[in-house]
Design a protein around this ligand. Structure first.
Ligand code: PA5
Length: 490
């Protein structure tokens, strides 16, 4: 069986010159960081308590109990057979992985055609924004009696998902009546949060109402597609075992100490050098496949939330190897590459102009697909395009983009996917997760928290009159209102 390949030729000085390209000596310069990063990651993940406390349990997700997978598959099939529609509510890590899987692994136009989706439920994603327009139209047009709702929130407290769920719940209740809760399933923390509390209350009245799946402890939202995304995969009929087997094989490759045999380490090392030594703060992720655009969006969240950090990480290690990580407030670093997602070939007619001639401050990562699920040939005739397969044209366009970037000394690299299948997609996600984790080690930041997201949440909670907000947060908000001088508004 073929495996995913990582081609990093166009990152090296031999192709793009030594002002912008990496040289072997650049890697040697950080070899101590590489060795220590590997040793630390290995050590910290070898202790279950560390994995759970620090948010590294995702590393074990490829090895889940087959019984759990088979139960989820049965549940997914049951929902898919019984309901015409599934509304999936969630935001951030509770949405992006599912959307990415939907686009990559379900057939294109899945919702539009019954035969394409093999008579399974249509999927609608909501709760990932507060836009009343999308929700209003959806609820006006779906039949609540034929709709199942999956609400996903690890914390159970996220405003967007919570608000939409409240609306959807009352919509179901109005039409379905007292047993409406049997059309709801919650995926949330096993103990904490208001969603879990709600599940327990409803379950105690009717065990079929508000069924739930428990999220595995120590897995943060953006690292949890192989956990919270499984029911969705089962509903749309994806082979979860294949997906996890791809992830497992990639985990084996990405566990190797030798970075020349470890694609995730190599990816992280080269991007760290380009970022820190060659002034490349922008990360353009560009799959040449329409169905992988949302996988690129998923990676945007992974990179931005994991590595965009104000403070460096301070680790305190006890004698039994258990670690505590702190934000080192004496060490402001403001680190993190800025990810931008796009897709070939569409964005060759947009972002590409800037990639080629704008500031040389980016690294482009292509995802190239060797074999598409369908093939179409341009009809024979008197044109250079005549008789060509679309996949051949797509690959040529990707190769041409690489060439154009190299001509302008722009670093770029390519992840080569033999095909878009559950196996390779599972491997791809694990590759990106591991690369991000290792990049976090090289930058010495905590890749598993997102304190920067709290600012807007606190402000919203304050304005909405939530009780129990810490006094220092309240003081900070009330003493620093936004200044809106009409002088600066025209
Ligand atoms: O990666 C993360 O942890 C976040 O992006 C969360 O997934 C996101 O904020 C949604 O949180 P929750 O699942 O608690 O509603």
């Amino acid at each position: 069986m073929k495996s995913i390949k990582f081609d990093f030729n166009n990152i090296f000085s031999v192709n793009i010159g030594n002002t912008h390209g990496v040289e072997d000596k650049d890697i040697l310069e950080i070899s101590k960081d590489i060795r220590e990063g590997h040793e630390h990651l290995k050590k910290v993940t070898s202790i279950a308590l560390n994995r759970i406390k620090l948010g590294l349990e995702w590393i074990r997700l490829p090895y889940q109990d087959p019984k759990i997978i088979s139960d989820i598959r049965k549940l997914g099939n049951e929902i898919a057979k019984k309901y015409d529609n599934v509304i999936s509510l969630g935001i951030g890590g509770s949405y992006l992985g599912l959307k990415a899987a939907q686009d990559a692994l379900a057939s294109p136009y899945y919702n539009e055609f019954t035969t394409v989706r093999k008579k399974r439920s249509r999927i609608y994603f909501e709760g990932n924004n507060l836009d009343p327009d999308t929700l209003a139209v959806l609820l006006k047009n779906l039949n609540p009696k034929k709709t199942f709702v999956v609400v996903i929130s690890k914390s159970g407290e996220t405003a967007e998902t919570k608000a939409v769920f409240m609306v959807v719940e009352s919509w179901l209740k109005r039409s379905v009546g007292k047993n409406y809760g049997r059309q709801i399933l919650a995926i949330t923390d096993p103990e904490l949060g208001s969603l879990r509390k709600r599940v327990s209350e409803e379950n105690s009245k009717d065990s079929l109402s508000f069924r739930s799946l428990e999220l595995i402890k120590g897995v943060g939202g953006r690292f949890s597609e192989f956990n919270m995304g499984l029911l969705h995969l089962a509903i749309i009929g994806v082979d979860i075992n294949e997906l996890l087997s791809g992830a497992k094989d990639m985990a084996e490759r990405c566990g190797r100490e030798d970075y020349t045999e470890n694609p995730a380490y190599m990816y992280a090392i080269l991007h760290t050098i380009l970022y820190r030594k060659k002034s490349k703060p922008l990360a353009i992720i560009m799959p040449f496949a329409e169905t992988l655009k949302s996988t690129a969006d998923w990676y945007v969240q992974l990179l931005a939330e994991s590595l965009g950090k104000k403070y460096s990480r301070k680790a305190e290690v006890s004698c039994d190897g258990v670690e505590e990580w702190f934000r080192d407030e004496n060490n402001t670093v403001n680190l993190g590459r800025t990810p931008i997602s796009c897709r070939g070939t569409g964005d060759l007619h947009s972002l590409q102009q800037n990639n080629i001639e704008g500031q040389n401050d980016k690294v482009v990562t292509f995802i190239r697909v060797e074999r598409f699920r369908n093939e179409i040939k341009v009809p024979v005739g008197g044109d250079i395009l005549s008789g060509r397969n679309f996949s051949e044209l797509m690959q040529l366009a990707q190769e041409a983009t690489e060439w154009a970037l190299v001509r302008e000394s722009r670093p770029n690299c390519t992840i080569i996917l033999p095909e878009i299948s559950a196996y390779y997609w599972g491997a791809l996600l694990f590759f990106f997760e591991m690369a991000t984790a290792f990049e976090g080690e090289l930058l010495n930041v905590n890749a598993y928290d997102q304190p920067g997201v709290e600012g807007y949440k606190n402000y919203m909670h304050y304005k909405l009159g939530k009780t129990g907000i810490p006094k220092n947060v309240v003081d900070q908000i009330s003493a620093n209102p936004l200044k809106k001088d009409s002088k600066y508004i025209i």
